[in-house]
Design a protein around this ligand. Structure first.
Ligand SMILES: Cc1cc2nc3c(=O)[nH]c(=O)nc-3n(C[C@H](O)[C@H](O)[C@H](O)COP(=O)(O)OP(=O)(O)OC[C@H]3O[C@@H](n4cnc5c(N)ncnc54)[C@H](O)[C@@H]3O)c2cc1C
Length: 431
């Protein structure tokens, strides 16, 4: 089958890898407007569930992604640089540029043609493709062209945000909330690669305007943020430039579609759906879409049936996740109200419980988490769990390196909880 992916982000590259692994006969081209190595943003977080899927789907790229990822432990919620509350747990983070580099190399090894610096403007130039995967991101131009066919809806969030880096190395996922005369402003920060962390700054529109970010130059704006967060950053710098351009304040783009397929066009990743960044799931979901779509194509002889299967399962699984993401975005848009009346421990609890009602014991657990010895015990528990999961999926150094071909390593689980069994062994290219 001749397949063209428009967009070489996580969705496009990982779909290409997943489809080629299942059927080496596919002729796949990924068209990306940017040069290799150029991308927006900093690190993205993910959890064990994604590693499980990646190791089953393509152990080679999974090993490389894991090797380039950093671990963060616990979440810290800091109010006014005075009070800190803790939330248990751990996760991983990988630089977006590093992730794309790994996926690009792997795709090339598998024989996928990646055409960088090529912007698709007209779908009629792809008339010879049997399937066109539209994975050109949240502001997808190709989806917009067919917005009526897909039933697209695009809403814009209320809070301005800025995606930055910093040379302060965080080892926990850190939320720092600072009160200014104009209102509250906060960052979400986590390590992303050796020596740098990701730092996403957010505030209410009113606060943003009153602080003057609408008229300050990029440099002056970053300097003001460094001043506001001086304590939380321990005097470290914020880094605005990511691909030779300063970061821009944006508002979250919420994308939904009534259907993800139309004729031989299919949506994947942010072009199909977005989830607010406070959930830290967009890349994960884009890669899961990629696996689901590749698997549906593999399982069904008719392309139309495969696309309908992917569309039905994918959208059903996404519904609760997008609802949760909307709740999360709305909670952060009202954060000023909670911040003004709560201490760090109560505030951290309401933040952690923002998705819905919690059983009473959760609050007792939360109070216990603030005790250092309890936190040490929880870290120990999480370390043991992490090692067990790493061993189970065959992470190098933790157990037998993943040697399985698709079809031999057991099923991968996708976001609808469906088990994706690989039916026939595929050609495997080695790194
Ligand atoms: C502030 C912030 C923080 C985030 N943090 C996380 C996180 O911690 N964890 C997480 O899982 N997710 C996170 N995300 C979400 C994540 O970045 C996206 O969900 C993910 O990048 C989606 O992948 P994609 O491949 O669908 O789209 P993209 O990554 O946007 O890739 C689309 C690609 O298409 C290319 N393109 C666009 N138009 C064309 C064209 N016409 N022709 C050719 N190429 C084109 C673009 O250059 C781009 O490379 C975050 C997002 C934001 C905004």
């Amino acid at each position: 089958m001749r397949i063209v992916c428009i967009g070489g982000g996580p969705a496009g590259l990982y779909f290409a890898i997943s489809a080629k692994r299942r059927d080496a006969g596919h002729d796949i081209t990924v068209i990306e407007r940017d040069p290799p190595g150029a991308t927006y943003g900093w690190g993205v977080v993910y959890w064990d569930d994604l590693l499980d899927i990646l190791f089953r789907n393509d152990p080679e790229s999974a090993r490389a992604i894991r090797a380039e990822s950093v671990l963060w432990q616990e979440q810290q919620v800091i109010l006014r640089s005075e009070q800190t509350a803790y939330l248990p747990g751990y996760g991983f983070s990988v630089g977006r540029a590093t992730l794309l580099d790994i996926l690009g190399q792997r795709a090339t090894e598998l024989g996928i043609d990646i055409q960088y610096r090529h912007e698709v403007d007209d779908l009629s130039t792809l008339a010879d493709a049997d399937l066109v995967v539209i994975c050109d991101g949240a502001n997808s131009r190709m989806r917009t062209r067919h917005s009526e066919d897909f039933g697209s809806r695009v809403d814009v969030g209320g809070n301005p945000y800025l995606w930055l880096g910093t040379d302060k190395v965080f080892d926990s996922f850190t939320f720092a909330f600072e009160q200014t005369s104009a209102g509250w402003i906060w960052f979400h920060a986590y390590p992303s690669s050796a020596g740098t962390s990701t730092c996403i700054v957010e505030c209410a529109q009113q606060t943003w305007e009153t602080l003057g970010f609408d008229s300050l130059s990029s440099e002056d704006g970053v300097q003001l943020l460094e001043k506001i967060f001086d304590h939380a950053l321990d005097g470290h710098s914020l880094i605005s430039q990511s691909r030779g351009e300063p970061a821009r304040w944006l508002r979250f783009t919420q994308v939904t579609n009534n259907t993800w397929c139309h004729g031989n066009l299919v949506l994947a990743g942010d072009a199909a759906h977005t989830t607010h960044f406070t959930l830290g799931s967009g890349t994960r979901l884009a890669m899961i879409d990629a696996v689901m779509l590749a698997q549906s194509l593999y399982q069904h002889d008719e392309t139309a049936t495969a696309l309908a299967d992917y569309d039905r399962r994918g959208r059903a699984a996404l519904r609760p996740i997008q609802a949760g993401a909307r709740t999360s975005m709305a909670w952060f848009e009202r954060a000023d109200r909670y911040l003004s009346r709560e201490d760090a421990v109560a505030f951290a609890y309401s933040m952690a419980a923002r998705q819905g009602a919690q059983p009473p014991w959760r609050y007792q657990m939360h109070l216990a988490t603030q005790i250092p010895t309890v936190r040490t015990a929880m870290r120990g528990f999480h370390t043991a769990r992490r090692r067990y999961l790493a061993l189970r999926r065959g992470e190098p150094g933790r157990g037998e390196p993943g040697r399985e071909e698709p079809g031999q390593g057991g099923p991968a689980e996708t976001h609808d909880g469906a088990r994706v069994a690989h039916r026939r062994p595929a050609t495997r290219a080695t790194r």
